[in-house]
Design a protein around this ligand. Sequence first.
Ligand SMILES: Nc1ncnc2c1ncn2[C@@H]1O[C@H](COP(=O)(O)OP(=O)(O)OP(=O)(O)O)[C@@H](O)[C@H]1O
Length: 654
Amino acid sequence: MNPPASTSPPTPLPGTDDGTGPVTGTDAAPPPDAPGPARPLLPVAGPGRTRREILRRLARRRGRLTVTLLVLLAGTAASLTVPPLLGAVVDTVVDRSGHGRLAVLGAALVGASLVGAALTWQGGRMLIALIQDTLAGLREDVFDAAVRLPADTLESSGSSDVVSRVTGDVEAISEAASEVLPDITTAGLTIALTVTGLAVLDPRLALAGLVCLPLHWYATRRFLARSHQVYGDIRRLESARGQTVIEAVRGAETIRAYRTQRTHLTELAVRGERAIDRQYDGARLRNRFYGLLHTAEFVGLATVLAVGYALLGRGAITLGAATAAALYFHRLFGPIGVLLTSLDDIQRATVGLARLVGVIDAAPPRPASPAPAPNARRSPAVGVTGVWYRYSGSARPALHDVSLTIPGGATVALVGASGSGKSTLARLVAGVGRPDRGRITTEPGRQDALRYLVTQEVHLFNGTLADNLRLARPGATDAELVAVLREVGADWALEPGLGLDTVLGGPDGADLDDGSVQHLALARVLLADPPLLVLDEPTAESGPGSRVLTAALARVTRDRTSVIVAHRLEQARACDLIVLLKDGRVAEEGTHASLLASEGEYASLWRAYAGRTPDVTDDSGTGGYGTARAPGQRHRDVTGAPEPGTAARTGREN
Ligand SMILES: Nc1ncnc2c1ncn2[C@@H]1O[C@H](COP(=O)(O)OP(=O)(O)OP(=O)(O)O)[C@@H](O)[C@H]1O
C-alpha cells in the first residue's frame, strides 16, 4: 500500500479588493513568542441555522411529505377507532343487545385494525424513503464541502474531526431517521387524535388524562437542558480520542524512534476515560428521564380511572365510554414513551446535524468562474516579506522573519538541514496555513492564480489510471492524458498490461510502487497547469528511477513559478535561485554557481553531497535536470526493476 495523501487540489489564491494580489498572513499577528493557539475544531452550526437548513431541504420535497403525512394520519385515525369500538362491545354485552351487533362490531374492529396497520406501515415506508433521500443529499453536500475545506482548516482542526462528522454523525442521523422518525411521527399523530377522542367521549376524561402533562413537561425540559451539552461533549471527546489514534498511527515510526509509546498510550487512555466518563453522565441522565416518564404514566392512568369511576357512578357516562377512555389513555403510553424516549436519539441526531451543517458552512464558496484556461501564460512573482510561523504547541518558531522574492516564472529550490523550515515555508507559499506575522503576496493582477502543492506523500486513489489523472482536470480527454504521460516520461503507464483503463488501488486493483505514483502526481501537474507550483520533495525516491522523476520535475516546472523543497542538491543545481534555510532563517541565497563561488555553507554542503553521489560531478550549474534521462524512459528505469507492463502488482501487499 502507498502512504496517504499526495497532491492537494489547486487552491485559488484569495484576491484582495485593492488589486494588490493575494495576501496571506498579517502584520498585526500576535508576537511570535506568544504561546501557540489550541487546536480549533471545525465550527458547529447553531440550532436556528440547523433548523433552517433541514426545513429548506424538506421544503424541496413538500409534495411527497404532504402525501406521506396524510397516509400516516389516515392509518392513525383508523387505529384509534379501536377503543370506542371496544367500548361499544362492552356496552352491547352489558345491555345484552344481541349477537348480531356484536358480530358487526367484531368485524369493524378487525377491519379498523387491518386498515390502520396497513396505512401506518405504508406511511412509515414512505417517510423512511423521503428522509433517506433528504439525508443522501445532505451527506453529498457535506462530503463536497469537506473536500473543499482549506487545507489549513483541515490541518488545524485535525482530520479526525471531519472524519467523525461524515461517518459517526451521519450514521447517528441515519439511524434516528430510519428507526425513530416514523415512530415519532405516528406517535405525535396518535397523541393528538387520542386526546381529541378522549375529549369527544367526555372533556373531563380528556382533562384527567392531561394531568400527567406537567410531569412530562418537567422531565423533558430537564433532559433537554442537559442532554445537548452532554451529547455534544461525548462527540467532541470521541473526536479527540480518534485524533490521538490517527496521529499515533501516522507517526508510529517517530514514536518508536523516540520510544514515546508510553506517553502516547497514556494520552490515549486519558482521552478515552474522559469520553467514557461523559458517556456515564449520558446514561445517568437517561435513567432519571425514563423514571420520571413512568411516574407520569402512573399518575395519568390513575386519574383517568378515578374520574371515569366517578362519572360512571353519577351516570354521566356508560361503562363502555369509561372503558374506551381507559384504553385510549393506555394507548397513549406507547406514543408518549416513544416520543420522549426518542428525544435521546433526536438529541444525538440534532447534535450530528449541527456538526454537519457546520462543515457545509466552513467550506469556502465555490469559485464563481471556472479555473483559468490551461494554456494561459501567467506565472506570478511571489513576495515573502518578514514571515514568522510557529506550530501550535511548539515553543520555537519554525520560521523567523523570512523574506525573499521569487521572480515570475522562476524555479526556486529551498535547501537546508532537516528541520530548517523548508517544508513550512513551502506550505505557506502554497497557501496551506497563514504566517503568524508577515505576508506572502503574488504580483498585482494575479488574483486568478492557482497554487498547486505536490508532496512526497503519494496516494493512489481507487479507480482507473485515467481517474487518477483526471483528479487534476476532470474534463481531460484520453488523448490529453496520454500526452501528459508521455511528456513526463511515464510511457510505462501506457505499455501492454497497463493503460488508462487499468483499475488501480483497492483490494482488486493494481498497485504501483511509490516512484510510479509520484510520476503520476507529476503528470497531474501538467493537467492542472497551475501558474504557481510548490513541490515538497516530490521525487524523494532514490535510485535510478529518481533520474526519470527529476526529468519529469524539470518538465513540470517549466513555464511556471515553482518552489521546490530539494533534498538532493542536484535538483537545486539547475534552479534559477537557491535559498538555503538554517534554523528557520534565510542563511544564503543565489544561483548554484554564485553560492559555490562564495564558499559558504551551500558550497560545503554541495562538496559533501557530490563526494558521496558518484553521478554528480558537474559543478558548472548547467547539469541538474539536463543530466537526467530523457522523457519516455521505460518503467524499469523508474523503479530500477520491473519490465514493461509488470510495474502493476495486482492486489494488496501484505
Ligand atoms: N506539525 C508540526 N508541529 C510542530 N512542529 C513542527 C511541525 N512540523 C514541523 N515542525 C517543526 O518546525 C521546524 C521546521 O520543520 P520543517 O518540516 O519545515 O523543516 P524541513 O526543513 O522541511 O525538515 P525536513 O527536511 O526534515 O522535512 C522543525 O523544528 C520541526 O520540528
